[in-house]
Design a protein around this ligand. Structure first.
Ligand SMILES: NC(=O)c1ccc[n+]([C@@H]2O[C@H](COP(=O)([O-])OP(=O)(O)OC[C@H]3O[C@@H](n4cnc5c(N)ncnc54)[C@H](O)[C@@H]3O)[C@@H](O)[C@H]2O)c1
Length: 350
């Protein structure tokens, strides 16, 4: 069992390779009540009702699957249940699920009584390496994805690697897109490890190492810039384009699939504006395709551009991107013109 420390508005640990049943038991002993949110699939597959029944002070609240749960109507139902169950400032929310569930559970905790404790027990690779760490919580709205939210760090993040066994190859690969992103912006050893694994099955065998390295980078960056005044923006490499695609697909694409295409866009943009070399640009495609991730799209450019303008990383009307000078050396691209973006998009091919 290993752990990594994050220093944000408070210090907390990301524990890797724990058993969630024991974790729930000890969390329940630290609070008079715990309120557990999980999607039905996770609750049923991992017998949460039975595990929580043994604890006596736990309530299980089932939320919709995927992005459907990141909705104000779901938050309202949670607030109502928190009230009915008398959750006080000394109690806690526990989010067990993918990144959508940790975003939602964290947001409910951030807003109840102006902020109560919460714990993340991520069950997808994307949530383990990214969503559950860093204290960004939130929901979607008609205005866009993740535009409503709060910085509210968990009290603890507990990763149980056994959850990965039931994760589909598609969802595992979607998580790998974020791992690959971390490799390009900060830790090239991740790229070396992944170049030796040419299928999702073989990447699964090195999951613990990949998770440890990815969380270490995220923890480091978040600890230096919790509220994203500058450095933390490097974690958005590939995301401005990715978020636009995700929205256009009505969230049918996995977050990681959209980020995968966004990474290729960011690499091509880096080639154009920063001179990122061809080998590094090709490495983006090779690695992503190795795990069956998409690297291009035929969505028309106009609507993508409009959505990129409304991304929360835009400042005023300026379109900003994170690019790469070289692997491990990110660069802030300010005020990129729409002509440059369109020609970059054309270079990506269909
Ligand atoms: N807060 C952050 O910093 C941050 C960072 C990255 C991503 N995110 C958010 O995370 C979300 C994406 O996360 P995700 O890809 O985990 O999506 P998700 O939470 O929608 O999970 C994907 C699917 O996997 C299922 N699932 C969960 N655990 C499983 C398991 N162990 N076995 C089988 N199936 C399982 C879920 O029920 C769901 O249907 C997006 O909403 C994104 O915005 C947040």
């Amino acid at each position: 069992m290993r752990h990594i420390t994050v220093v944000a508005e408070h210090e907390y640990k990301v524990h890797i390779d724990e058993h969630f049943e024991g974790v729930l038991h000890s969390i329940s002993q630290s609070h008079s009540k715990i309120f557990v949110v999980a999607p039905a699939f996770v609750a049923e597959t991992f017998h949460l009702e039975r595990v929580l029944h043994a604890l006596e002070n736990a309530t299980l609240f089932i939320v919709p699957e995927g992005e459907h749960q990141k909705d104000i109507a779901v938050v309202e139902k949670i607030w109502q249940a928190l009230g009915e169950n008398g959750l006080t400032r000394s109690d806690a929310v526990v989010a067990i699920g993918g990144g959508a569930t940790t975003d939602l559970g964290g947001f409910a905790a951030a807003t109840w009584l102006r902020g109560i404790s919460w714990y993340a027990i991520p069950t997808t690779l994307a949530a383990m390496v990214d969503a559950s760490v860093g204290g960004k919580t939130g929901i979607n709205s008609h205005a866009g994805k993740n535009l409503i939210g709060a910085f509210h760090s968990p009290t603890g993040v507990h990763i149980d690697l056994r959850f990965l066994a039931t994760l589909s190859d598609r969802d595992f690969a979607a998580g790998l897109a974020e791992v690959i992103k971390v490799g390009f912006i900060r830790d090239a050893s991740i790229l070396d490890i992944l170049q030796k694994q040419n299928t999702v099955s073989s990447a699964r065998t090195v999951a613990e190492d990949l998770i440890f390295r990815s969380v270490a980078v995220k923890a480091d960056v978040v600890s230096a810039d919790f509220q994203e005044s500058r450095l933390r923006e490097i974690l958005n490499y590939g995301h401005t384009f990715g978020h636009a695609l995700e929205k256009i697909s009505h969230y049918e694409m996995r977050h990681g699939e959209a980020v995968s295409i966004g990474l290729v866009f960011a690499a091509e943009l880096s080639g154009k504006l920063l001179g990122l070399n061809m080998d590094d640009i090709s490495l983006h495609r090779t690695l992503l395709q190795q795990f069956g991730l998409p690297t291009s799209t035929n969505v028309p450019f106009g609507p993508l551009l409009e959505l990129m303008r409304s991304d929360k990383k835009a400042r005023g009307s300026m379109l900003r991107f994170i690019g790469l000078n070289s692997v491990g050396n990110p660069h802030w691209l300010e005020d990129v013109s729409s002509e440059v973006l369109e020609s970059t998009y054309e270079r990506m091919g269909p």
